[in-house]
Each structure stands twice: as structure tokens, then as C-alpha cells.
Write a protein that binds this ligand. Structure first.
Ligand code: CP
Ligand code: NVA
Length: 300
């Protein structure tokens, strides 16, 4: 494994290896056992979109691993003024030991890896969010002590989260049922990946999706870059809210997950959010541990 560009590139064993290392790093952190695997290394963190969790968990994660994090806003980089990614990649490869990038186009991330010579980590694109799903799988495994055979139901927009969840669940032996309205389905490349897999279901009925679910997942109806579509999307997703009534149809004790930020009263009710707050914030915490595991795997 040279990069983390999308989960589709990883084998089941590579994913499980990251989750095992993440558990170990979490244990070490809780017990104040130092793990400075990135001593002397500099990691660039490029952001073309806003972030709370990704930025802070990567910055503190690099620090805890003994390395130097560099927050690089595209507003300040020449990339924001049109310097080609091919040139940025070749320049930054000469200073840094690794790059995490959050941007719009998946191609930009793939190009950084293609033209640069250091490990690249995808910190969210319009296509996928692999770091988030590694943290999600880690959290599910902590809760149920397994992944294989569990069912995750995803309700709402077929977006970057959905794309990564489908791949992450299917690669680790989980079942996934996705409920989204027509016109808001996951990416065709991901649907092709999942095609014919008995563990995958695509429906427009949230009630059908949550039947027998061990985990109910949702995300915002309007992702970053879709702010102008907000009103139309609120209409399109009526009926796709994770609320107490829908949760009654999932398995008793089912977990609720959300990558955050959450919009209460839209994709999730305040009631369900607060009833599952412990799980949701453990999921957010696990971003730190999972990403440290990714960096150690790629950059040690
Ligand atoms: N879930 C997530 O990636 O959050 P941020 O946008 O705050 O980084
Ligand atoms: N789908 C959301 C995820 C944010 C972490 C977005 O892309 O804005």
C-alpha cells in the first residue's frame, strides 16, 4: 500500500491491518505509551474545503506521532491561483514526507499521487471519504467485536460517504443497504463495484433498508460545494430522515453513525442524535486513531 486514494484500491487484509493498528495506537494513547513513529517527518495537510475533524485530527495525530504537521490552505497556496497539481506534487515531494489533501475532484488526488513521489492520503473528495469510513469500521468493530455478517443501512444522499461505505462494508464482509431517492444515487463506478454482490442492496425505501440493520448511517443532504442546491435537496430528501420511528424498524440496540457535521431536523432528529451521542462522538474520536494508523502504515 503506497497511498490512500480510495478504499477500492485496498484489499480486505490491508483494511483490517489498519483497523488493528488503529486499536493499538488508541490503546497506547489512552495509556500514555509514546509512539513517535513519524519522528523527523513533515506531513502537508492541503485543504480546499472547510474542516473541523479532519484538520484537527490530522494536525494532532502527526504531532502525537512525533512529526511536523503543516496546515496548507489552498487560499494561500499557488494551487489556488492555478499552479498545476502536477507541479505542486513534484515540488512538495521534495520537502515533505507525505500529504493529506481535501479537495473537490478525485482526479486531483490521483494526480498528486501520480506526479509526486511521496504517500498521498485522501481527506475527502466529492467522490469519497476513505479516512472517515476507516474510523467508522473501527467504531463498529469496537461495539460489536466483529464486522463480518453485520448489516449497515445508509439513509439519504448517495454521496462521497455512501460511495466509501459501500466499498468499506463489502470489502470487510458486512452487508449494506442504501436508501436514496432517484437522482441522488451513489456513483456509477461504485454501483458497478457492488453489482451482483448479494450483500448489497439499493432501494428508495428507507424502511426496507433499515430492516435487520445493526448500524444506521446518515449524512448531510447538501455536501460541501452543493450549498446552492440546499432548498431543492431538502424537498427531495423528505421521508429520508433518521428518526425514532425509522429506528424502531432496525435491530434492537442498533448503532447510529454520522460522519458529522449533522443537521438536526433534516437528515437526523435531535432525539435520535442525542440518544446516540456517545457512539457518534466515539466515531469522531476514532478519526484520530484510524488516520494515525494510515500514516504509520504509509510513512513510517
Ligand atoms: N467528518 C468530517 O470529515 O468532518 P470535517 O469536515 O469537520 O473534517
Ligand atoms: N458529504 C459531506 C461529508 C462531510 C464530512 C460533504 O462532502 O460535505
Amino acid at each position: 500500500m503506497k497511498h490512500l486514494l480510495k478504499l477500492m484500491d485496498l484489499s480486505r487484509d490491508e483494511i483490517i491491518g489498519i483497523l488493528d493498528l488503529a486499536d493499538q495506537l488508541k490503546y497506547e494513547r489512552k495509556n500514555n505509551i509514546p509512539h513517535k513513529h513519524l519522528e523527523g517527518k513533515s506531513i502537508g495537510l492541503i485543504f480546499q474545503k472547510s474542516s473541523t475533524r479532519t484538520r484537527v485530527s490530522f494536525e494532532t495525530g502527526v504531532y502525537q506521532l512525533g512529526g511536523q504537521p503543516l496546515f496548507l490552505s489552498s487560499r494561500d497556496l499557488q494551487i489556488g491561483r492555478g499552479e498545476p497539481v502536477q507541479d505542486t506534487a513534484r515540488v512538495l515531494s521534495r520537502y515533505l514526507d507525505g500529504i493529506m489533501i481535501r479537495t473537490y475532484e478525485q482526479k486531483e488526488v490521483e494526480d498528486l499521487a501520480k506526479y509526486g513521489s511521496i504517500p498521498i492520503i485522501n481527506g475527502l473528495t466529492d467522490f469519497c471519504h476513505p479516512c472517515q469510513v476507516l474510523a467508522d469500521l473501527m467504531t463498529i468493530r469496537e461495539h460489536y467485536a466483529k464486522l463480518e455478517g453485520l448489516k449497515l443501512a445508509y439513509i439519504g444522499d448517495g454521496n462521497n460517504m455512501t460511495n466509501s461505505l459501500i466499498v468499506g462494508c463489502l470489502k470487510t464482509g458486512m452487508k449494506i443497504s442504501v436508501a436514496c431517492p432517484e437522482g441522488y444515487r451513489p456513483d456509477p463506478v461504485v454501483l458497478e463495484f457492488a453489482k451482483g454482490n448479494a450483500d448489497f442492496e439499493l432501494t428508495d425505501d428507507p424502511k426496507q433498508a433499515v430492516k435487520g440493520a445493526d448500524v444506521v448511517y446518515t449524512d448531510t443532504w447538501a455536501s460541501m460545494g452543493q450549498e446552492d442546491e440546499k432548498e431543492a435537496r431538502i424537498k427531495a430528501f423528505a421521508g429520508y430522515q433518521v428518526n425514532a420511528e425509522l429506528m424502531k424498524l432496525a435491530n434492537v440496540g442498533a448503532m447510529v453513525q454520522h460522519c458529522l457535521p449533522a443537521y438536526r431536523g433534516q437528515e437526523i432528529t435531535e432525539e435520535v442524535f442525542e440518544a446516540h451521542a456517545d457512539e457518534l462522538f466515539e466515531e469522531a474520536e476514532n478519526r484520530l486513531h484510524a488516520q494515525k494508523a494510515v500514516m504509520v502504515t504509509l510513512m513510517k
